[in-house]
Design a binder for this molecule. Structure first.
Ligand code: A3P
Length: 297
């Protein structure tokens, strides 16, 4: 599929989950992918800080070497497994099929189709974020990232999100499926809100999970390099290298500091009625689960 054909297209459906048609086209290759046991896979629902976690992981895998982590754009250093466009996101040659990076850091995926399709037995770090911030972040991202269908109004988008009629489907199914899976697989389940509150503690959790020790001072360097302010001005992390046909940079970059990268921004966007309705919907869809979210920190 040509890039121009992927712009503002309606979504297709894969295993009943709404997804970009270009990604569905590439799915057989994802299915054929076999991870090695020491590979690491990052999984998130969209807008749950995939980029932040990816940058942290790349820094960990490169022992906090900032220069090495500037070698390429984040979407090439830690590619999306299901991404398939005729050219790379910045217009260079296609990076498909995926090759395993020598660091063992394989990639990230948003999809929640049955894991057995693509996973050998890699280590997986999952990051979840509260749905109110996710939906607002996702709405603004739809405006910038042209691969998505037109999001309509905020109210319309909220309805679609609650109904799971957005790319990658239901947030509830995604976060709950991985929460259950963590019992049986080698999965570290993290929360964006915890990461915001205490990034040092969360990075330590990741290191413990990976069984990795870093030299003194390295964690400090990782925290500094992956802070919002640093990532925002880092072209290898902030997506500014992505083609303007795919990403409307005028809407996203530089990221306005007053809105981006904070927790609880949904309060500036939800009406009282929308919040009440959302809370009701949330309770119904999370019933019976011991998975809990902090709606702000
Ligand atoms: P907002 O849109 O709420 O600002 P993803 O990488 O999965 O697309 O998620 C994007 C969200 O992660 C955006 O949220 C973005 O601001 C936030 N984010 C990215 N890097 C961050 C960082 N270093 N610290 C905190 N938040 C970050």
């Amino acid at each position: 599929m040509e890039q121009k054909d992927a712009i503002r297209q309606e979504l297709g459906s894969l295993h009943g989950i709404p997804l970009f048609k270009s990604f569905i086209e590439g799915w057989p290759q994802v299915k054929a992918f076999k991870a090695r046991p020491d590979d690491l896979l990052i999984s998130t629902y969209p807008k749950s800080c995939t980029t932040w976690l990816s940058e942290i992981m790349d820094m960990i895998y490169h022992d906090g070497n900032v220069e090495k982590c500037r070698r390429d754009a984040i979407y090439n250093r830690v590619p999306f497994l299901e991404m398939k466009v005729s050219k790379g996101l910045s217009g260079e040659l296609p990076q498909w099929p995926l090759s395993l990076s020598p660091s063992g850091l394989v990639g990230r995926r948003h999809h929640s189709v049955p894991l057995k399709h693509i996973l050998g037995s890699p280590q997986i770090v999952y990051m979840a974020r509260n749905p109110k911030d996710v939906v607002i972040s996702y709405y603004f991202f739809h405006q910038m990232a042209m691969i998505h269908p037109d999001p309509g109004t905020k109210a319309e988008f909220l309805e679609n999100f609650m109904a799971g009629k957005v790319a990658y489907g239901s947030w509830y199914d995604h976060v709950r499926e991985w929460w259950e899976k963590r019992q049986e697989k080698k999965i570290l389940y993290l929360f964006y809100e915890d990461m915001k509150k205490d990034p040092r503690r969360e990075v330590q959790k990741i290191l413990q999970f990976l069984g990795k020790e870093l030299a003194e001072g390295t964690v400090e360097r990782i925290l500094h390099h992956t802070s919002f302010q640093e990532m925002k001005k880092n072209p290898a992390a902030n997506y500014e290298t992505m083609l303007p046909t795919l990403m409307d940079h005028s809407l996203s970059l530089p990221l306005p500091p007053e809105r981006w990268g904070i927790s609880g921004d949904w309060k500036n966007h939800f009406t009282v009625a929308q919040n009440e309705r959302f809370n009701q919907h949330y309770q119904e869809h999370m019933a019976g689960s011991d998975l809990h979210f902090q709606m702000e920190v």
